[in-house]
Design a protein around this ligand. Sequence first.
Ligand code: NA7
Length: 544
Amino acid sequence: MSSSERAEPLDVVVVGAGFAGMYAIWKLRQTGLNLRVIEAASDVGGTWYWNRYPGARCDITSMEYSYGFSEELQQDWEWTEIMAAQPEILSYANHVADRFALRDHIDFNTRVTGVHYLEENSLWEITTDAGQRYRARYCIMATGCLSVPNTPVIEGQDEFAGKTYHTGNWPAEGVDFTGKTVGIIGTGSSGVQSIPVIARQAKHLTVLQRTPNYNLPANNAPLPDEYRSRIKRNYKEVRKAQRHAQIGVSEFSRGLGGLGSNAEPKESILQTSPEDRVRALDELGFEALRQYNDLALNPQANELACDMYREQVRRVVNDPETAEGLMPRDYAFGCKRPVIDIGYYETFNRHNVSLVDLRRGGIERITSTGIRTAQGHFEFDVLVYATGFDAMTGALLRMDIRGRDGRTLASHWEHGPKTYLGLQMTGFPNLFTVTGPGSPSVLSNMVVSVEQHVDWISDCINYLDQKGAGSIEPTAKAEDAWVRHVFEIADGTMLTDESCNSWYLGANIPGKPRIFMPYVAGVGAYGAQCDAIAAEGYRGFVIG
Ligand code: NA7
């Protein structure tokens, strides 16, 4: 009898075997819960399994973007760089799966299609594309925040005769661009990371850019020995500090580069003179933008930083027209996730790279040989979409999730995602989301947030079992209040400014409600609230 056909229902079904699903196995297995994990891919790793595009790399220091649940694991594993590249992170995921025998619990190559609550026996029924059926008391959605690639609908795209790839679904065997003319659409993190690497191989690379990004230097390097041993000596403290930090990166990594580990910005840009700013660019280049502490709070300060940024682009890029085309305008520095880059602007000084600034005339259609824009036709052998993801809600909404009374998640979220703590939704008892909308999630070190959520869910299930309770779900009042709170603290910041079209707001997907989805208060403040709510007997939840 296969696991999915057992007569007895499971305790837990977990959807997804990325970092969240893998940790859920380790954690829930300890408490004796009987679980299965369903994964669409052929192996573990989630984001790091799918995003194998050239140049893919973590933007948080790897010593911190790693599991903290096993002291032996964190002592044994050796990272080679400050911010590891995708192949190394995927090897790490494989190592963890082998070391803790996680694969025994996972059904691979299986995509969940339906998740229905059976009210009469308080079970979730999960169906898959292979026609399997699982029943479980609890369902945990470990489906990732950036797991549904967004391919924009462009007229004629099926007519393109060459090969087409998406950075978020890259072939495992890689792509050889040697001798090829390549077009790439998109200059977010995936575009900025892959463009320098593709340019080194392709005959010619044309970058079709709709919105230039603000990027900061990655400052990646081989892992310094002193830092490695300092972290390893203090890992216990590091992990504790992560849980109290704003984005889940401890002070032990201060000054190393990467998100959350910059040196503390000490200077007010408003206090500087134009000469000071020129000097700062002379000495530090783009790095200069990291030293100011008032960019997030003051629009005037932000605009000064944007001017500096554009000046630095002008300095690095030789051709004035290309430099002009690469300059971000009309939106704030920091409203989108900063992209860390390795040689991005220098790439445009190569003879085999050209920029099409779509602000001067957009894409009209894809043809059999390339892309026609209002500025002319560009020919390619290969077309790469680096066009991002239907972030945070995409993976959940494409499954048919139905709670009490057959109500769909799609209708519950018609006007944008509604959750309590980013963990549960009203009307969907015993269904949990890991790093869901309404939690720090993508604004944080994901591994830290994943562990915090899975720990909380595991404690919650244990609590219910001890009480002999059958179900938990938030009250509508608690859910509404949380949604309001998430909105209120982001409102008025540059993150929600009208000029900002980030995927945090769902603004990259036509028709998606414009709602700021992650919780900005920080990992520490958020974790404290989760703990307090649990300690008060799960305030705001109905336990049945
Ligand atoms: P992003 O950051 O969403 O970037 C997608 C890029 O694709 C962005 O430059 C978009 O321009 C561009 N795009 C999307 N649709 C189109 C169309 N129709 N025409 C032209 N250009 C288009 O995704 P990434 O994969 O780079 O990064 C996602 C996260 O992964 C990143 O933040 C890290 O956390 C890791 P737009 O800005 O919408 O004008």
